[in-house]
Each structure stands twice: as C-alpha cells, then as structure tokens.
Design a protein around this ligand. Structure first.
Ligand code: GLY
Length: 397
C-alpha cells in the first residue's frame, strides 16, 4: 500500500513538473533568466576593473555611476537575485564584489536614497548570507537615513537640492523597508516609528482624490504643506508612472512590515488606479506619465511596469479570492509583456542590460527610452516572486 502511494506521488510530481515545463509562461521566464544570467555577467566583466556601476546605456554609450549615485545598489542587487534564480556561483562572487564597492555609503547622510542603495545590495546579501558585514551596513545606513527625519515635520527629508523648503518625494516610501528591517534586527523601535510617521504623513498629503500621487510635496518646518508638484513628471497635477509604482510598492511593503490595515487599503486603492487607468496602452506597459501629452506616441517606462508587477505579486498574497487573483493576473500580464521580444533584450545587446524601453527623467531630457538598472532589479524580483507564488523552484527550470 505504502509503495503504491509513493508511486502515485511520484507520477503526480512528474506530471506536475512536466506541466511546469510545458507552460509557455514558465518557458518565457526560463528564457528571461537565461538572458539575465548572460547580461549580468557581461556587465560585471565590463566594469570589473573600475569602482563604477552600470546605470543606463544609449547609442553605444554607458552611463556609469559611482557608489554615491542613487542607483548604485541596483546592479549588485540584480547580481544577487540573478544568483537566487540560477544558483550560478560566478554571479554570487560578482554580487559580493559589487556590493563591497558600496562600503562607504552606509555612513553617507546626503540623501534619502540610502534604502535603494544599501537595502537592494547589502539587504540582498543579508537575505542570502545572513552575515554580520551586511547587517552592520544596513543598521549604519538606517542611522544615516534616520538623521534625515525631522520631528516637527514628521517625515524624512528626501533631497538637499532644489527650490523647496523640505522636499519629500513619493519614491521615499521605498526607503522605509530598510528601517523596518533595522528595527526588527536591533530591537530599537525608533526606526519603526520614523517609518510609520513618514508613511502616515505621506498618506495624508501625497495623494489626490483619485488616489494618484504627486511627485514632490514640500513642507514648512511645522509640518504644514508648502507646495505640491513634480520634478520628474509631465506636470504638477499629472501622474508620473514610476511615482504611482513606488507608491503601490511602498504601501504594500509597509503593510507587510506593520500589519496596519490603512496601508493595505491604500495599496489596493493605488492598484485599482493603475489597473483601471484609461491611458494605459493595450500591452499594459505604462507610458512614462499617465498624462503625457503625446499619448499614444509617448515613451513607455518598463521600470515602472517592473515595480508594479513585483508589488502586485506581493499584494496578491495579502487578500483572498477574486481580488487576489486580479492582482496576480495583472502582475502576470505585465511580467509576460516585459518578457516578450518587445521589451526583453537579446543576449549581448542592450549594453548588457536586461529590459529595454524605460524612461528616467524625461523633462530633463535624460534617460529616455533606455535600459535602466532599477528596471532590471525589479524585473528580476518580479520573476522570483512570480515563480515563488506558483510554487516553482527557479533552480529546477
Ligand atoms: N527615485 C528616482 C526615480 O525614480 O527616478
């Protein structure tokens, strides 16, 4: 009897794996992982003898940046996720090397982007290696980020440049994940309290009636609002696509970290805005701004799509039934579009980046219709989350 049960279990397992293998979506992701492995190695070799990181690429020219650029953590982070998806030890050793290039950053207090820079790099190292070096880096960076919190304003200051008194951008929500981790790791609740006050005040001031968000809110020193506008979007009252993606991801993550229902409710409202937006093109990869003037000819932003897909996969785990399926399905649609020939690079092309057709800062005429290292990072994270939700171990692909 026992043997028969084992045999049946074996047959079911084989049928299940065969089913996985023949699934076109999984096949597409297997190909994407193969491309990613190749591209990541090519880029790692390209910058091997430098202290730089690939940020974007256009007309055969790299934009390479040093550790102090806001995007410096994404390439090391992509190498770590590449390792998770492939088990390729060469990627792991590149990930260690590129992460170590950021060793000065945890002490840097000049930007809110420390979460992106340190938690996508050392944070991934910590998730995989559980080592003391990365833990210390994350705690130090959390202290530096916390130094940018002003009690009377109730938020972390995003930038030290520009015409604003106290600018806070929607992107800043992403940097809270590191503070939540530091609070858990050290047992010091002050990191958590800063993150929750920042998320609450952003919730109160950054969003419009229709749940779209401004990019930049500037505050007076007493915490009242000085101005509401944009820096990277089309107009002060437009919906910059990546800003909507940062908000969705930020509140989904904040619910995961706190269990506070108001964050879940808000993430769901942003998800509805994104999933039902009338200016979304057929393949769902958003234009760089939902109110861009030259839709349907406006440039797309695959980086926003990758962030949205990754966030929607997580959001799908926080609710049940039809709603969960809707988030998952929309994320899957985005992921499959990104994995098609229209957006996924061919091996050896696209300057070693994985996704094509992202937009960095269009009003500044900067990084339009290019690959961007953060698009690649969130794309790989979305692939990992998707396979995880489907119960597929990427190492068996
Ligand atoms: N955090 C800057 C950007 O999304 O372009």
């Amino acid at each position: 009897m026992k043997n028969k049960i084992l045999l049946l279990a074996g047959i079911l397992l084989m049928a299940f794996s065969a089913c996985n293998r023949s699934d076109k979506k999984v096949e597409a992701l297997k190909h994407a992982i193969d491309v990613a492995e190749y591209q990541l190695k090519q880029s790692a070799a390209e910058f091997d003898t430098t202290q730089l990181f690939p940020r974007s690429w256009k007309a055969d020219k790299f934009r390479a940046v040093d550790a102090y650029d806001w995007t410096s953590g994404f390439f090391p982070g992509s190498l770590w996720i590449g390792y998770q998806l492939t088990g390729d030890e060469a990627l792991k050793s590149e990930a260690e090397k590129y992460t170590a290039r950021l060793h000065e950053i945890p002490a840097y207090k000049g930007t809110h982007d420390l979460g992106f820079m340190v938690f996508c790099s050392y944070g991934m190292q910590q998730a995989i290696e559980n080592d003391e070096v990365s833990a210390a880096a994350i705690v130090e960076a959390s202290n530096s980020l916390s130094s940018r919190f002003c009690d009377s304003v109730g938020l972390i200051r995003s930038w030290d440049f520009g015409p604003w008194n106290y600018p806070v951008i929607i992107d800043n929500m992403m940097n809270l994940e590191m503070l939540f981790w530091a609070s858990r790791h050290t047992g010091d609740k002050s990191y958590y309290d800063i993150a929750v006050r920042h998320a609450d005040n952003t919730l109160a001031n950054h969003f419009r009636e229709d749940n779209s968000s401004y990019h930049v809110i500037s505050y007076n020193n007493d915490g009242t609002v000085e101005s509401k506008g944009t820096f990277q979007g089309f107009a002060d009252d437009s919906s910059w696509a990546r800003g909507q993606a940062w908000g969705l991801y930020g509140y989904t993550m904040s619910y995961r970290e706190t269990g506070l229902e108001r964050y879940l409710e808000h993430a769901q409202k942003i998800a509805e805005l994104i999933m039902n937006h009338p200016n979304t093109p057929e393949d769902r990869i958003p234009y760089w701004d939902y109110n861009a003037p030259n839709i349907p000819d406006a440039p797309r932003d695959t980086s926003a799509a990758a962030v949205m897909a990754s966030a929607l996969f997580e959001l799908s785990t926080m609710v049940e039934g039809e709603l969960s399926q809707r988030y998952f399905d929309y994320g899957e649609t985005l992921l499959m579009a990104l994995s098609s020939d229209a957006y996924l690079a061919k091996k050896g092309e696209n300057g070693g980046f994985i996704l094509m057709h992202a937009t960095g800062h269009l009003p500044a005429n900067s990084e339009i219709d290019v690959p961007l290292n953060y698009g690649d990072y969130y794309y790989l994270e979305a692939i990992r989350r998707y396979l995880g939700l489907r119960g597929i171990d990427p190492l068996t692909l």
